[in-house]
Design a protein around this ligand. Structure first.
Ligand code: GTP
Ligand code: MG
Length: 135
């Protein structure tokens, strides 16, 4: 089994979609291994999105992700990384995510795409250490 780091981003929390996201994770057969509601400080946000430092949207992204409470979750199960990326849908909720996915069903704008999921085993290890250093 495998672990992945999922975030219900501040837009997902403010829109009341935490239960919806967790329900989809559980219905898929994945398990919750850790879960916390918190507001990310700038250091955590910059570490989490380090790969995007320097891109045009990086400043907006860090502002957005630190702008309100989010839910950080460690999700565990068979092929959990790909399984959650499939549930989330593509980065752009309109052009890439298809109906039936979290972003495809609930999102309109690239920045406000509701959820994050690690994109590789290396990213998952790195991100779980950032959000849940005791795991
Ligand atoms: P994450 O799971 O959040 O990492 O999304 P992703 O892996 O599908 O996309 P990526 O890692 O490429 O980008 C990280 C996040 O930056 C996205 O989820 C968006 O919220 C935001 N983002 C990506 N591209 C753009 C863009 O062109 N404009 C804006 N405003 N935001 C973007
Ligand atoms: Mg990503």
């Amino acid at each position: 089994s495998e672990r992945t780091l999922v975030l219900v981003k501040p837009d997902g929390v403010s829109r009341g979609l935490v239960g919806e996201v967790i329900a989809r994770i559980e219905r898929k057969g994945l398990k919750l291994a850790a879960l916390e509601l918190r507001t990310a400080d700038r250091a955590v946000a910059e570490e989490h999105y380090a790969e995007h430092a320097g891109k045009s949207f990086y400043g907006d992204l860090v502002e957005f992700i630190t702008g309100g409470p989010l839910v950080a979750i460690v999700v565990e199960g068979t092929r959990a990384i790909s399984a959650f990326r499939q549930l989330a849908g593509g980065t752009d909720p309109v052009e890439k995510a298809t109906p039936g996915t979290i972003r495809g069903d609930f999102g309109l704008e690239v920045q406000f795409n509701l959820v994050h999921g690690s994109d590789s085993p290396e990213s998952a290890d790195r991100e779980i250490k950032i959000w849940f250093p005791s795991l």
